[in-house]
Ligand binder design. Structure first.
Ligand code: ADP
Ligand code: MG
Length: 609
């Protein structure tokens, strides 16, 4: 066969993969998808965030004659993806409303003269007769729908614009259509395939497992100290802190700024300009931290997010998975920490109770109970997450979550629970948690004295534990429906059936405690970087500064130049020739030609010094 890159069969795609992207091997499933497209077949693929979906169509787009059309929902995302493709020498452009008329015409001209490998377009283009007409006169290699769940009304990002894509298969009957998404329940999956009218597509459902993410849930402590001390373990690294309300986003960002931590807020209540500016500053490594509501994240391809902290309870297990999924796209280790407090549950319930639509309310309640179960569980986090997507973890324990690492300790607290319940009964279910704890701890405050509660049999029997312990135990008892709480300004606690069973000794109460392993957090998250010696870490910092400078000169995000993984390998292997540099992951021919000189010089200087 004479063709350098056979479009089907067993011919190797390793060479173009390395030449264009600098990768020595495919990620799981990438090669099958590339081959299916090159053989002209429709594709439907669900792959997790960071799974490497872009490469699945970018590689065939370069190898196949003509231009690949990529439909992408967000303008900001398009620009970043085009920048990243161009950095690898791919002839890419985008077409959307952010371009003025002259630029649009220029792009259309290069499309017509077949000077493009890839053209990113906004979905609404396909509703325009003029554009549709123009396409029929161009050589199109394939049509790709990225974030394809946007076409499904069952999905959470439904976009009416996507509906016009149903006619793609008629408009371009001879080219393969590929749909990619990271979020598909089976229902959404079927819906996408039907709406796009894919023709006997090659179907792929990759594992949802993200092995480089470490999951952990910690008890949320009131105040600022916990978050601040967590962040100290991540100094200098990029991360996202998710909060529920706009106000808490603003407050947390301001609190961090006051402490000299570089953080910016992001939520839908900010003006367009400010929101864009803050997002841009985060993507370009100008601030380490973005504090955000869930409005942030979709369309962010930043690959070096090293941690995601949920400072409030996520809305559902699904959204938790999506939001944590924004960490570690580059495949390097990253950490996902949820701060969980039972005290947050009533706040969420308050919003759910206010929902008008009955069906929506039920769905939200169900999602809440599942996410609480996830947070309170002592089962491997990864196993629970995967089960949520009907996927089984192939091993007993993942080894990379708090549960598997034994950071949790389960202790029997039945006796202590009985003390609480007995105190409730002896005070006729007329008091709230604070007063009950005061009785258990033998406080001598005025209220105790007025009610004569110092004469109760349970007075002071809880002195073996502190206030925090008792509050948590009461929260747990409420969460497991052993204890109920009345409505109103001064909620009173009362026994439920489950509580009566505990009191009679028919049911045991276990409580999870977190063993603090100091130092472990920061070490585990640094992963590849952590394996470097102190001297090599210095080099890493120098290369990071160099990357930032080059990125600013070219007006692109730093990760577009080299990923963190590439910088770690450069600092570790310290190549001294371009050939040696080519062996490093993420350096293809074009990046080598562009960046070998400055990086090799920096490495040589480091070696000499
Ligand atoms: P997705 O769109 O599926 O979330 P991306 O296409 O943005 O993922 O890819 C995530 C990261 O993985 C990018 O930094 C990309 O360069 C990297 N990547 C993709 N394929 C490979 C590969 N075969 N080897 C190494 N890194 C890869
Ligand atoms: Mg993507």
């Amino acid at each position: 066969m004479n063709a350098p890159y056979p479009s089907s069969g067993a011919g190797s795609l390793d060479r173009p993969l390395h030449r264009i992207f600098g990768f020595s091997s495919f990620r799981p499933n990438q090669e099958q998808i590339v081959r299916a497209l090159m053989a002209g077949r429709d594709v439907f693929a669900v792959m997790p965030t960071g799974g490497g979906k872009s490469l699945c169509y970018q590689l065939p787009a370069v190898l196949m004659p003509g231009t690949a059309l990529v439909v992408s929902p967000l303008i900001s995302l398009m620009k970043d993806q085009v920048d990243a493709a161009r950095a690898n020498g791919i002839r890419a452009a985008f077409l959307n409303s952010s371009l003025d008329f002259a630029d649009q015409s220029a792009v259309l001209r290069s499309l017509q003269s077949a000077d493009l490998d890839l053209l990113y377009v906004a979905p609404e283009r396909f509703a325009l007769d003029q554009f549709r007409e123009l396409l029929t006169g161009c050589r199109i290699s394939m049509a790709v729908i990225d974030e394809a769940h946007c076409i499904s009304e069952w999905g959470h990002d439904f976009r009416p614009d996507y509906l016009s894509l149903s006619s793609l298969v008629e408009l371009l009957p001879d080219v393969p259509v590929a749909a990619f998404t990271a979020t598909a329940t089976r229902k959404v999956q079927q819906d996408i395939v039907e709406r796009l009218r894919l023709r006997d597509p090659f179907m792929l459902r990759a594992s949802f497992d993200r092995p480089n993410l470490f999951y952990e849930v910690r008890f949320k402590e009131p105040g600022e100290a916990q978050l601040v001390s967590l962040l100290q373990g991540f100094a200098g690294q990029s991360g996202i802190i998710y909060r529920t309300s706009r106000k808490s986003v603003n407050d947390t960002a301001a609190m961090l700024q006051k402490r000299g931590i570089r953080a910016l807020p992001y939520h839908a209540g900010l003006g367009d300009t400010e929101r864009k500016r803050n997002q841009e500053a985060f993507i370009r490594d100008e601030v380490e931290i973005i504090v955000a509501t869930v409005a942030f994240g979709m369309g962010i391809d930043k690959s070096n997010v090293r941690f995601v902290i949920h400072a409030d309870l996520p809305k559902s297990v699904e959204s938790y998975y999506q939001e944590t999924g924004r960490a570690g796209r580059d495949g390097e280790n990253a950490r996902c920490i949820m701060l969980f407090s039972h005290a947050d549950i009533p706040k969420v319930r308050f919003f759910i109770d206010a929902m008008q639509d009955e069906q929506e309310r039920c769905r939200a309640l169900d999602a809440l109970s599942k996410v609480v179960a996830f947070a309170s569980s002592t089962v491997c986090r990864r196993r629970m997450l995967l089960e949520h997507f009907d996927e089984a973890l192939p091993v007993e324990n993942c080894g990379t979550c708090d549960v598997c690492q034994g950071l949790h300790e389960v202790t029997d607290c039945t006796r202590q629970a009985q003390m609480v319940l007995s105190t409730i009964v002896r005070t006729d279910s007329r008091f709230g948690a604070t007063h009950l704890v005061d009785i258990l701890l033998g406080s001598k405050n005025q209220k105790i004295m007025e009610f004569g509660h110092d004469r109760l049999k349970v007075y002071g029997i809880g002195k073996g534990h502190d206030k925090k312990f008792w509050r948590r135990l009461i929260d747990d008892l409420i969460a497991r429906k052993a204890v109920g709480r009345s409505e109103g300004l001064y909620p009173m606690l009362y026994l439920l059936e489950g509580g009566a069973r505990i009191l009679r000794g028919e049911e045991r109460v276990e409580m999870v405690r977190i063993k603090e392993k100091k130092g472990k957090t920061a070490a585990a998250v640094r992963g590849g970087l952590d394996a470097l010696s102190e001297a090599d870490k210095q080099l890493f910092e120098q290369l990071r500064t160099l990357r930032k400078r080059l990125a600013d000169e070219q007006g692109v995000p730093p990760y577009v130049i080299f990923s963190d993984k590439t910088l770690v390998e450069l600092s570790d292997l310290q190549p001294s020739t371009p050939e040696e540099m080519l062996a490093i992951s993420g350096i293809g021919e074009v990046k080598l030609a562009r960046y070998a000189t400055p990086f090799l010089e920096a490495i040589a200087r480091h070696k000499a010094g």
